[in-house]
Structure formats: structure tokens, C-alpha cells
Design a protein around this ligand. Structure first.
Ligand SMILES: [Zn+2]
Ligand SMILES: [Zn+2]
Length: 378
């Protein structure tokens, strides 16, 4: 970790080269429930070191009443990590770089029972529990907090788990390394160097607010992102989707037309327009834009899957859906959902469920027999 911190500090020291409008933002620290004051001070100190930013405390938050979640460990009551994370993001201060929740309560997440920590990619909140800290002495607890915070910050910077000896390895063990592998060190350095006023940071804020259904905040963040970095077609499309969610169709169309003008090869504005016309009961126009999107999409397998689902679920055109599902197969796609949907559309009797681990789909076309394993047992 020392090496990592040195490299980050060097990178931060080189900030002369970054634009003068670089804004560091603040790391906010929140007690969720009643974590110990010792842990809060530890987190405060480590976060200051790791992020090289001011760390401020926010008023503590109540734990939402323990409930049984489908993914809870069976006996003890536990708290839903995803819900707590969303609660941390309810009304973040405008200068938020990250919001860190600390709790002592056991928690679980959809992806893992008995979670120690949780964060979503490219979102600003992270959370950990000290429930597993009981046997640790002060020095080990310090190491564990440092490991967890580095790891979860990595996730918020978009890092996936890592096989190597790396702070992003998925399991927390006593001897887990606190260094990052070269790939993830790069992730960390770039994440820590972000200005909260940059186009990419604001675009991520827009996605975060969209996921939470806070459309007006998302629209504001996307618009500010586009002022900093104009003509980013992904951001323009996301802005249009947020505008549509608020019923602002004319504005959405303007944004999409402009996006297509500057990025004529991108399928994204066409997909969004397909959604727009579908929601306005104009299926023919929706289909035309959908096909234009598919024709531009470099990922044919994904494009035909997407088109098939949209035809089947939204435009209620099963023949067109079958046509695109077949094309998905012909370009090498073997998405289990596509196989399942195609089998259902063609002949429901060919769908075989083998409980509990596997769904097997037999699909007999001139191309042959396909087997799809949708493993919830893996
Ligand atoms: Zn992780
Ligand atoms: Zn790694």
C-alpha cells in the first residue's frame, strides 16, 4: 500500500499539468447505526490518506429496520447493503466526491450473503461493516479498514475483481495484499485524479441519479457534463432517456438529432428514438429507427438480441422478434434468454426445465440443436 500511496501522491503532485478548474470535492463519512467512534476516526484518517481530499462527517443515519431479504443469511437479521447504499445517496452535498457509510450491523447484498462491504461501479457511495472486526487487534483492524476502503473505492472507479495478488481480489483474507496490480493501480490513480467538475465525473453522476430515478438531477448532471465535454454520444443518449422519463419528448428528440448529427455512425440515438416512438404509439417509426440502430451496431449479436426483445416486449411483433433472435444465433450469439424466448415463440414444448441448477433449451432448426445453461447453481 505504501508503494500505491506513493504513486498516487506523485500523480497528485503532478497536478500542475491538469486544468486549473480541477475541483477535488469532499469525501463524506456517515455512521449508519452505531459503529464505534474508534472506527469512524480510523476511516476518517485512512480516507484522507487514500483520497488526498478533505473528509467531513455527516449526521449519522438510522439503520432501516432489519427485514428478511431473499439473500439474507438464514438466522441472524441482516440489513440490505443496496438499500443502505441508496439511502447514502439520497441527497448528497453538491461537492461530493465519495460518500462512505460505516456500520456495525451485519448486512447482505444480492451478490453476496454476509457482505463485508458494498459499492456500485461508477457510483459515489461505498459502505462497509465492522461486524467481522470483533477479534481483531487495533493494528489488524487498521489494515482491514484500509483494505476494504481501497477495494471499494476501486469498485467506485469501475474496477472489477482481480485474480492476482491485488487489493481488488474478491476475498478478504488475513494476508490479503494491500497493493494494487498494475492494471488496478492505473484504475486507482485515474479515479483519484478525477475532478468532480469534469465531464466524465458528471456523466457518472448522471447515471447514478438516473438509476435512482432522480431524473431532474440526472438531466442537470448530464447537461453539465456536456458543457464540459460536448458531443459525447453516450452522454447525449443518456440525457435524452432521462428527458423522456420526465415526458420531455421534444427536448429529447432535439438532443438525439444533435447526437446523430455529430456521431452519425452511433446506433445509440437510433435505439433511443426507437424507444421514444414506441412510447408514443408510433410502432412503424420505432421499428425504422430500431433497424437503423442495428445496422450501425458493431456488436451484431448484442444488437439482434436487443432488437428481438424490443420487438417482442414493446412493439408486440413476434415475427420481427423471431427474425432478430435467429440473426443473433447466426452471428454466433448464444444468449440463454434469446434461446429461451425463441424456443417459446417457435414451439413452447421444446423448453425443458431441469431443476434446480440448469435450464436446458432444445432448439431444433436447420442449424441443429442448441443447449443453453442458465446456471443459477454456479
Ligand atoms: Zn469487491
Ligand atoms: Zn488487480
Amino acid at each position: 500500500m505504501r508503494l500505491f500511496l506513493v504513486s498516487v501522491s506523485i500523480a497528485l503532485a503532478a497536478c500542475h499539468s491538469v486544468p486549473s478548474d480541477w475541483v477535488s470535492g469532499t469525501v463524506y463519512l456517515v455512521a449508519v447505526g452505531s459503529p464505534s467512534e474508534v472506527e469512524m476516526m480510523r476511516a476518517e484518517q485512512i480516507l484522507g490518506l487514500l483520497t488526498q481530499r478533505p473528509v467531513k462527517r455527516m449526521p449519522s443515519r438510522q439503520l432501516v429496520p432489519a427485514e428478511e431479504h431473499p439473500h439474507c443469511p438464514s438466522k441472524a437479521p441482516c440489513y440490505d447493503a443496496g438499500e443502505i447504499l441508496d439511502d447514502l445517496l439520497r441527497d448528497p452535498p453538491t461537492d461530493t466526491f465519495r460518500i462512505v457509510g460505516v456500520t456495525e450491523a451485519p448486512m447482505s447484498a444480492a451478490v453476496a450473503r454476509d457482505s463485508i462491504a458494498f459499492a456500485r461501479h461508477h457510483e459515489r457511495a461505498l459502505l462497509y461493516t465492522t461486524a467481522s472486526f470483533k477479534q481483531l487487534n487495533a493494528s489488524s483492524a487498521h489494515d482491514r479498514t484500509r483494505q476494504i476502503l481501497s477495494h471499494e473505492l476501486g469498485h467506485t472507479f469501475g474496477a472489477e475483481h482481480c485474480r492476482g495478488p491485488c487489493v481488488m481480489q474478491p476475498r478478504l483474507t488475513e494476508h490479503a495484499t494491500i497493493r494494487a496490480c498494475p492494471l488496478h493501480r492505473k484504475h486507482m490513480v485515474e479515479g483519484l485524479l478525477q475532478s468532480i467538475d469534469s465531464g466524465s465525473f458528471l456523466a457518472a453522476v448522471g447515471r447514478e441519479r438516473s438509476r435512482l430515478g432522480r431524473w431532474d438531477e440526472a438531466i442537470d448532471a448530464y447537461r453539465r457534463a456536456l458543457l464540459r465535454s460536448p458531443n459525447v454520444v453516450e452522454v447525449e443518449t443518456a440525457l435524452a432517456v432521462a428527458l423522456m422519463a420526465r415526458g420531455r419528448y421534444l427536448e429529447a428528440r432535439d438532443v438525439l438529432d444533435r447526437a446523430s448529427y455529430y456521431s452519425p455512425r452511433s446506433p445509440l440515438p437510433f435505439y433511443a428514438r426507437a424507444g421514444l416512438y414506441a412510447s408514443q404509439s408510433a410502432p412503424a417509426r420505432a421499428a425504422a429507427h430500431l433497424e437503423s440502430g442495428v445496422n450501425r451496431d458493431p456488436n451484431a449479436s448484442h444488437a439482434h438480441r436487443f432488437a428481438g426483445v424490443l420487438y417482442q416486449d414493446v412493439l408486440r411483433d413476434d415475427d420481427a422478434a423471431i427474425y432478430h433472435y435467429r440473426l443473433h444465433l447466426s452471428v454466433g450469439g448464444r444468449d440463454p434468454e434469446v434461446l429461451g424466448r425463441l424456443a417459446m415463440l417457435l414451439a413452447p414444448t421444446t423448453l425443458v426445465f431441469t431443476e434446480p441448477e440448469v435450464v436446458v433449451v432444445q432448439y431444433d432448426n436447420e442449424a441443429g440443436l442448441f443447449w443453453a445453461h442458465a446456471g443459477w447453481g454456479e
